[in-house]
Each structure stands twice: as structure tokens, then as C-alpha cells.
Design a protein around this ligand. Structure first.
Ligand SMILES: [Zn+2]
Length: 195
């Protein structure tokens, strides 16, 4: 297999998996999930609409820069947002302010929290190289040319992106084996951007 010149991490998201947690408040306004205009399949979680409020859980290490609430969005600190912009990184947009309705536990919430923003993660048009990724036992069926979601696949050895199709985002969402995954570019440019 050709050694890839650009490497990515696939992040396992979810409340309670790592770091601080943020969960929508009970009065959150939840809209419709986006659908592919070509094939009609759902291509994302239901939209979380302003005003954006969360109940926040501070982890042992204190306030983190990157938080994964339920759904496809991420929360970033003001520090993360500024570094992302300063370094010209790509793949996030919107940056809507988020209110922290409750911060727990009290013992770790003595410091005032940083400002947090909800960032929308782009859906990349990067194409997965199915042969190089070792896709096996793929069910028959077409792959949509617009959303690039294909039929389910049972096994794969890794995820190889056709580099010439990657638009250059540093963070993006891409369907892999019919499930959406969050990719983060492995780059020393992040050295000061996450902790
Ligand atoms: Zn589609």
C-alpha cells in the first residue's frame, strides 16, 4: 500500500467518551436532519438551532478546547477558534455563541469558563479508495454521486482517501461504510490548538 502523505485521525465522538461533556438543555430547538438532494438519504443529525444552551460537565483537567455534544456539531473554545483562524485551517464554519446554562461539578467550576462556540463541520467530498481500504462483503447497490454514501460494508482494513479528491479540509465529516465519521488532520499545526 502506498504510504499516505497526509494522515488523519478518525475521532470517536460522544458524550462521556473523553474530556468535558456538553448536553443540550431540555428546551433546545431541534430542527430537521439534512437530506441528500440527489438520493434523499439522511446525511446528518437533526439540526440544533439557536439559542444554543448546554449543561456542561467539567472534566478533571479543567475546561477543554474541543467538546463533542450529541449530534454532528462540535463546541470549540475562543482559544481554539482564534488559533483555527490564525493558522488558516479549514473545515469549520458558523461559530455561534453557546450559553453554558449549568456548569458541574461545582468543585471544578470555580474558574469562569471560556467562551464556547458551536462550529459546523463541513461534509467533505473526499472519496474513499474502497480497494485500498480493504472493503469486504459490501452489499450490492449504488454509491450516491452527490453525498457519496454507498451500501453498508461489513469489514475494512483501514480508511484510505483518494488524495486527489481531498479538498484540503483540516477537519471534516465523511461517510465511511455508510456511517458518518469525523476526520481530523494529523498535523503539527495543531500543537497549540488542542489540549
Ligand atoms: Zn445522496
Amino acid at each position: 500500500m502506498k504510504h499516505p502523505s497526509v494522515r488523519f485521525y478518525v475521532l470517536h465522538r460522544g458524550v462521556g467518551l473523553h474530556g468535558c461533556d456538553a448536553v443540550h438543555t431540555d428546551d433546545a430547538v431541534i430542527g430537521e436532519p439534512p437530506r441528500c438532494e440527489a438520493c434523499g438519504k439522511f446525511i446528518g443529525m437533526r439540526a440544533w438551532l439557536p439559542p444554543l444552551k448546554v449543561n456542561f460537565w467539567v472534566c478533571r483537567q479543567g475546561y477543554r478546547d474541543l467538546i463533542y455534544p450529541p449530534g454532528d456539531d462540535i463546541l470549540v473554545s475562543l482559544r481554539f477558534r482564534e488559533i483555527f483562524a490564525d493558522k488558516g485551517l479549514r473545515g469549520l464554519s458558523s461559530f455561534d455563541p453557546v450559553e453554558l446554562a449549568k456548569v458541574r461539578p461545582r468543585s471544578r467550576a470555580k474558574e469562569p469558563p471560556p467562551a464556547y462556540f458551536r462550529a459546523l463541520v463541513c461534509r467533505s467530498q473526499a472519496v474513499v479508495d474502497e480497494a485500498a481500504s480493504g472493503y469486504e462483503a459490501r452489499e450490492p447497490g449504488p454509491t450516491c454521486p452527490v453525498c457519496l454514501v454507498g451500501p453498508p460494508v461489513s469489514r475494512w482494513k483501514g480508511i484510505v482517501i483518494k488524495e486527489e479528491t481531498w479538498p484540503g479540509e483540516d477537519i471534516f465529516i465523511r461517510a465511511v461504510a455508510a456511517a458518518r465519521s469525523l476526520f481530523l488532520r494529523d498535523s503539527s499545526r495543531y500543537a497549540n490548538g488542542t489540549r
